[in-house]
Ligand binder design. Sequence first.
Ligand SMILES: [Zn+2]
Ligand SMILES: [Zn+2]
Length: 352
Amino acid sequence: MQTTNAHKEGMKLTSSWNIWDLLSKGVFMVGVFVLATAARGEWFLVATYLGKDFLRDVMPTFDVTVSSTSHLRPLSMGTWFKDLPIYVAFAVLTSFCTFWGIGMSFDFYFYKNRKDKPEQWKCQPDRWLTKSNEWHEFLLGSTNMLIGSVASGFISCYIMNGGKCTLYTRPDEYGWAYLLLSAPALFFYNEAVSYYPHRMFHTPFLYRHVHKVHHRYGSPTLYSTTAMHTLEFLVYQTLLALPVFVVPLHAVVFVPILLYGYYYGMMDHSGIKMDAVWPWQPSSMFHDDHHRHFHCNFGFNTILFDRFHGTLRRTNRKYGETVFGGKGKTEFLKNNQSEFITYSTSSIVPFK
Ligand SMILES: [Zn+2]
Ligand SMILES: [Zn+2]
């Protein structure tokens, strides 16, 4: 089992916690975090979610009266999208500057500067994207980011002009119990609307016509995160944004959980061996293995859904692009033994 051994090798990496390592890791995490949000074109939208009341005061062009709560007011379409070009331009500009700027820095730090030591940091040390696939993911990811930015410019404009948004800002508005329970509920919602559509995209028809584009990248990089069929990108983004128009959620619950998903989405595609401090979050090997073995490991922020449905990758199973269903083939089964891979997050540190 070459794959399993390589996986275990990754797990055996020891960490050296000196100041430089901590600093490097800190810079890396902040960078990925900013990049992850930029890649969806959503920095400006996030600012709107968190500080819409404040922004409404400081935006010079905003001149309609807005209530402190975010509920629907009877405004015309023209009023809701007042000054739209400014919002869209802001959203597009912030996304492109951060996505390209930080993306290129990481690309240089790992993929160019440390290309000769891939066993120290790379999930698949012996596998690299071809030049044409590098360009493909860069252009496709940038295209989706542009679409995401324009969409977030529209949504920001709509919310700032008093459009319906169910985010609230006073913690006691729906009670503390509601606020505290809404956090895990939203986390599970986000994971469910990632796992099930993703698994659906792995059925033969949708895989061949839609999702296969994303699986060109057998050894993904940061730019692979949003490099997918635009239809698929829009499905995920719509489902993730939906709660703020339907269910009352505190901004401090919604925004961090959304950004958490974006951050780990980026981390999982980085191709860099990274652990997570949260016990429920699998290591970056989990989704890297999805790209390597295709029809397994459909989740993102926990292995629970895969474990529950039996689609978590197992030892002694054969996986591949033509092996659909999520459970692999059992032809290599020996002594009836087949164990789930754990994707422990311990001791995977790319900074040595
Ligand atoms: Zn997939
Ligand atoms: Zn992926």
